[in-house]
Design a protein around this ligand. Structure first.
Ligand code: C5J
Length: 233
């Protein structure tokens, strides 16, 4: 007796360099490092002289994407960059980077800088994970390096990633490169990723979509939401 063929529901999003197609059942929304240390006024990022508004403009569009993903039952995964309190997972070369007193593990405006368990290390209130959403703590820039992310995605048969978060040219780019090498198809949402340096953001997105999409695809979140049929005012 023949079995009914499982219905494949493909969503198509206008994107660069070409339309991006994905199946919600095998797609995860990845929210990278939306942490207070990077985004909050008065926090570590701002204390280095950065303009946090460049990152904060991602919060509202990302909130809408997160709401749509949750409503559709998409897998949602958050990441946080940071280290154990004893810094045993922080390579000396990383720890010694930056101005003395503004290094990883030093006291910062919102607790020890980029240390797990500190207030500043956690995700901003607007985008707080809900129960059941995995939060991956990562010691590096890439979300796959020294984490359980690949295994977690594999267990859920995830092959496509909607990538959001900060910063475009550092943790987002590193993660997209790692994901691409592992065979994931990445759609980066241009208005849901941000950099302290607008020129790095622009060029970082161009680098992803160049050469026929050498690392992935780039789209605006409004186009994703319209394709999902969940665009909200
Ligand atoms: C940085 C990150 N910029 N999340 N981290 O050091 O991009």
């Amino acid at each position: 007796m023949s079995r009914p063929v499982a219905h494949r529901h493909l969503v198509q999003v206008p994107a660069r360099p070409a339309a991006y197609a994905f199946e919600p059942a095998t797609t995860a929304l990845l929210v990278i490092d939306m942490q207070r240390d990077f985004l909050e006024p008065g926090g570590f990022g701002e204390s280095l002289g950065n303009d946090v508004s460049q990152l904060r403009r991602t919060i509202d569009p990302l909130r809408r994407v997160l709401a749509a993903a949750r409503a559709l039952g998409l897998t949602v995964v958050h990441t946080r960059e940071g280290h154990l309190p004893d810094l045993s997972d922080c390579p000396p070369a990383k720890r010694q980077r930056g101005a003395p007193s503004r290094r990883i593990g030093d006291p910062g405006p919102y607790g020890r800088i980029l240390i797990r368990g500190e207030y500043g290390h956690d995700i901003v209130d607007e985008l707080a994970p809900v129960p059941g959403e995995p939060v991956i703590d990562k010691p590096g820039k890439g979300a796959f390096y020294a984490t359980e992310l690949d295994g977690l995605l594999g267990e859920r048969s995830i092959t496509s990633l909607l990538v959001t978060g900060v910063t475009t040219e550092v943790c987002v780019h590193t993660t997209v490169r790692e994901a691409n090498d592992r065979g994931y198809e990445c759609l980066v949402l241009a208005d849901c990723v941000g950099s302290y340096f607008p020129q790095f953001h622009t060029v970082g997105l161009e680098m992803i979509a160049a050469q026929g999409g050498i690392f992935g695809w780039v789209a605006d979140s409004t186009d994703l939401l319209a394709a999902l049929g969940t665009a909200t005012p």
